[in-house]
Design a binder for this molecule. Structure first.
Ligand code: FAD
Length: 138
């Protein structure tokens, strides 16, 4: 059964471009071997990540990600069964929205505004769907 998980978190204040590269390198290696796909977004010191894969693999990975000192203040927004992947071709797509207005994609101005209720978790999912067509290179 295929599941998708979306959480938001706050990056540590000293996060660097090299940290982001290291995170993606680790993520892509593990995700490839474990049939996980998804996308990591970064905007104004906040992460929003979608992970797609098998239920138990996703939960185990989320537990590991939550212990990573490169970010904190986690909120699990969405964990649902799904019939198809949004990020079929991506072991972990990445987009920094530092220079974009999040308003182009969503009704929220920052990821921190996203909460766990049905409306906002489906808004987070819609955001990933909207962004997927804008991701063109690794
Ligand atoms: P280890 O490699 O043993 O590391 C233990 C701890 O050391 C880490 O938790 C971290 O706090 C720290 N650490 C490790 N490497 C570095 C480094 N280069 N610089 C600074 N500190 C470091 N992993 C995936 O497999 N798939 C994902 O999709 C994924 N997404 C992530 C998204 C975010 C926003 C972050 C911050 C991390 C993500 N990771 C992902 C990485 C994940 O958190 C773990 O680091 C990774 O799974 C390895 O786990 P481990 O227990 O073997 O950690």
């Amino acid at each position: 059964m295929l599941y998708e998980l979306i959480y938001r978190s706050t990056a540590k204040s000293t996060i660097t471009d090299q940290d982001l590269k290291d995170i993606l390198e680790t993520a892509r290696r593990f995700n490839k071997d474990n049939h996980i796909t998804g996308c990591l977004l970064y905007h104004k010191g906040q992460f929003l990540q979608m992970l797609e894969g098998d239920f138990q693999t996703l939960l185990n990975l989320y537990e590991r990600i939550k212990h990573d000192r490169r970010h904190h203040e986690f909120l699990l927004l969405h964990m649902k069964e799904t019939s198809q992947r949004i990020y079929t071709d991506w072991t972990m797509a990445f987009k920094s929205l530092e220079h974009n207005d999040l308003g182009n994609y969503s009704a929220v101005a920052t990821f921190a505004e996203l909460e766990t209720d049905e409306e906002e978790s489906s808004m987070a999912r819609s955001l990933f769907k909207a962004i997927s067509s804008d991701i063109v290179s690794h």
